[in-house]
Design a protein around this ligand. Structure first.
Ligand SMILES: Cc1cc2nc3c(=O)[nH]c(=O)nc-3n(C[C@H](O)[C@H](O)[C@H](O)COP(=O)(O)OP(=O)(O)OC[C@H]3O[C@@H](n4cnc5c(N)ncnc54)[C@H](O)[C@@H]3O)c2cc1C
Length: 480
C-alpha cells in the first residue's frame, strides 16, 4: 500500500463501477457497483489531510472529511462512522445523491482529480448499517413538548431526527402514502433505492418518532388545528409548483411535468396508487425540456420504460467541461454533467428554444423549435437571440417539462393562515426560521426555494436548534 504521506501522488482516483448499460436499462435497481473495502481504503489514502481543509468548508453540513478519511485509511471504520454521524444525519442519502460540493473544494482537485469523498461517505454508511453501528437516536429523557412536522422530505426528516434526540415528542404528517419527499417521489430508484429510505424511517420510528402518512395538512386537517394540539409546528413541504412552458399547444395531451412522471414510476414500482392518467414512455419519441438533473432523471426513466428515442433540450449554452476563470477553485463549478442516464441513450441539445407543441385530435405529435444564441447587452445582461433559418420540427409523442420549480404551494394552509411570503414566493421567516404565525416554523426548500438534499438536511438541523430554543423558553416559563 502507498504511504499515507505520498498516497495522493501514487494512487489515481477510482470511482464505483456501473452495471452494464443494456442490463441496467431493464430494471430500476441501483446502477452502482461499489468498490471493495481495500479499494476504498486506498481511495481514502489519497486525502491530503490538509491543515485548512476546504472540503470541510465546501460541505454545507461541515462534515469532518479528512478525519474520517484518516480513520478509514487506518481501518477504523466504526470510528469513521461515529465521526461522520457527528455532522451528517443521513450519510446513506448524501453518499448517493449529493453533487459533492466538498469534492469541488478538495485541495487535490487544484491539479489532480479530487478525493472521491461522496463514495467514501457511502461506503462508511453502508459498513455501519451492515455491522449494526447505526442505532435509533432515542433520548434518555422526554421533555413532554410536542412538535408537529409537516412533510417528510430530507428537511422534515432531519428536523424530526434532531428534535426527537433532544427529547421532544415528534409527529410527522405526510400527504403521500410513504415518507421521503422528493428523495422518494422525484429521485429515481436506480439512483437512490427506496429500501435505503425505508431502512432509515424504521430506525426513526424505533427512536420514537411517529409517522402519519396519507394526511394532507390544509385539506384533511387544518394547520390551525395543529397549532392548538402541538407546542410547535415545522412546515417542511418543499417547492412543488413547477415552472411551465407556456407556448401554443400546451394543452395537448401528452405534455407533463417531470415530477408527475417520475413520481408515477416510483409508485408503479412499489404498488402505490397512481392518481390520474398513467404517463408511460414505452414505444414513444420522448422530449425532455430542461438540461438539469431532473431532466436527466426523466431520460433514465424513459429509457427504462422502453422509449423509442429520447431527446433532451436545454435553452442555455452547453456548460464547459473544465473550470474556467468564472468559477475558480474552490467554488462549486457549473460543468457539463454526463450522468449514467445520458450513457444509456439520449440526443442532447443546448441552446434550443421550444416554440410550439403541434398535434391533432387533441394529442401531441411534434414540436417546433429554433436554435438560439445568448449575447450580452450594453448593461451586461444576457439576451436570447433566435438564429435565422434554424427552425425545425421533430416528431414527439411525449413531452416532459423539467424546467425547475417556482415556489411552494400557496393555495393550501399558506392561504388559510395568511403566512407571509418572500419576494420569490418562498415562506418568509425571521432569523430563527419562524414565520409570522405563532408557533409555526419553516425549513427546507419551502423556505429557501428549490435546492439540494444536503441543504435541506442542513435546514432541518438549523430549524431544530431554533425550535429547541423556543421550546426551552416555553418550558422555563411554564415552570415559573
Ligand atoms: C427529480 C428530482 C431529482 C433531484 N435529484 C437530486 C439529487 O440527485 N441530489 C440532490 O441533492 N437533490 C436533488 N433534488 C432536490 C432535492 O430532492 C430537494 O432539494 C429536497 O428533497 C428538498 O427537501 P425538502 O424536505 O425541503 O422537500 P421535499 O423533499 O419536497 O419534501 C416535502 C414533503 O412535504 C410533503 N407535503 C407537502 N405539502 C404537504 C401538506 N400540505 N401536508 C402534508 N405533507 C405535505 C410532500 O408530499 C413531500 O413529501 C432533486 C429534485 C427533483 C425534483
Amino acid at each position: 500500500m502507498a504511504s499515507k504521506l505520498t498516497g495522493f501522488m501514487e494512487i489515481d482516483r477510482k470511482n464505483y463501477d456501473h452495471r452494464d448499460i443494456e442490463e441496467r436499462k431493464k430494471d430500476f435497481d441501483s446502477v452502482d457497483i461499489p468498490l471493495s473495502k481495500d479499494e476504498m481504503v486506498s481511495q481514502a489514502n489519497r486525502c491530503l489531510d490538509c491543515g485548512t481543509s476546504f472540503c470541510n468548508w465546501g460541505c454545507p453540513l461541515g462534515n469532518l472529511i479528512p478525519d474520517w478519511n484518516d480513520l478509514v485509511y487506518n481501518g477504523e471504520w466504526e470510528k469513521a462512522y461515529q465521526k461522520l454521524s457527528l455532522t451528517a444525519n443521513f450519510p446513506e442519502f448524501t453518499g448517493r445523491v449529493c453533487p459533492a460540493l466538498c469534492e469541488a473544494a478538495c485541495v487535490l482537485g487544484v491539479n489532480r482529480e479530487a478525493v472521491s469523498v461522496r463514495e467514501i461517505e457511502q461506503s462508511i454508511a453502508e459498513m455501519a448499517f451492515e455491522n449494526g453501528w447505526v442505532k435509533p437516536r432515542t433520548p434518555r429523557v422526554r421533555t413532554g413538548m410536542k412538535v408537529a412536522v409537516i412533510g417528510s422530505g430530507p428537511s422534515g426528516l432531519a428536523v424530526s431526527d434532531d428534535l426527537n434526540a433532544l427529547g421532544h415528542v415528534v409527529t410527522i404528517f405526510e400527504r403521500e402514502e410513504n415518507a421521503g419527499g422528493l428523495m422518494r417521489y422525484g429521485i429515481p430508484n436506480y439512483k437512490l433505492g427506496k429500501d435505503i429510505i425505508e431502512r432509515r424511517i424504521d430506525l426513526m420510528k424505533d427512536s420514537g418518532i411517529e409517522f402519519v402518512n396519507g394526511i394532507e395538512i390544509g385539506k384533511d386537517e387544518p394547520l390551525k388545528e395543529l397549532t392548538v394540539k402541538y407546542d410547535a409546528v415545522v412546515m417542511a413541504c418543499g417547492t412543488w409548483v413547477p415552472r411551465d412552458i407556456s407556448i401554443p399547444g400546451r394543452n395537448l395531451e401528452g405534455i407533463h411535468f417531470a415530477v408527475d412522471y417520475l413520481s408515477q414510476q416510483t409508485k408503479r414500482l412499489f404498488d402505490e396508487k397512481i392518481k390520474g392518467k398513467e404517463i408511460i414512455a414505452k414505444g414513444k419519441n420522448v422530449l425532455v425540456i430542461g438540461g438539469g438533473d431532473t431532466g436527466a432523471d426523466c431520460v433514465g426513466t424513459a429509457n427504462r420504460q422502453g422509449a423509442k428515442k429520447v431527446f433532451q433540450y436545454e435553452i442555455l449554452p452547453k456548460p464547459p467541461e473544465k473550470r474556467d476563470d468564472t468559477m475558480p477553485w474552490p467554488l462549486f463549478p457549473k460543468l457539463l454533467k454526463n450522468t449514467t442516464a445520458h450513457e444509456e441513450g439520449c440526443e442532447r441539445e443546448w441552446e434550443i428554444s421550444t416554440k410550439e407543441f403541434v398535434g391533432s385530435n387533441g394529442k401531441i405529435e411534434s414540436i417546433k423549435g429554433v436554435r438560439v444564441k445568448w449575447t450580452k447587452d450594453a448593461d451586461g445582461r444576457f439576451v436570447l437571440n433566435e438564429l435565422k433559418k434554424t427552425e425545425f420540427e421533430e416528431e414527439i409523442d411525449l413531452v416532459l417539462i423539467a424546467a425547475g420549480f417556482l415556489h411552494t404551494e400557496h393555495d393550501t394552509f399558506v392561504k388559510e393562515m395568511n403566512i407571509e411570503l418572500g419576494e420569490r414566493g418562498d415562506i418568509f421567516t425571521d432569523e430563527d426560521n419562524k414565520t409570522n404565525v405563532d408557533k409555526v416554523f419553516a425549513a427546507g426548500d419551502m423556505r429557501t426555494g428549490q435546492s439540494l438534499v444536503v441543504n435541506a438536511i442542513l435546514e432541518g438541523k438549523n430549524t431544530a436548534k431554533k425550535v429547541d430554543e423556543y421550546l426551552n423558553k416555553k418550558m422555563m416559563k411554564k415552570s415559573g
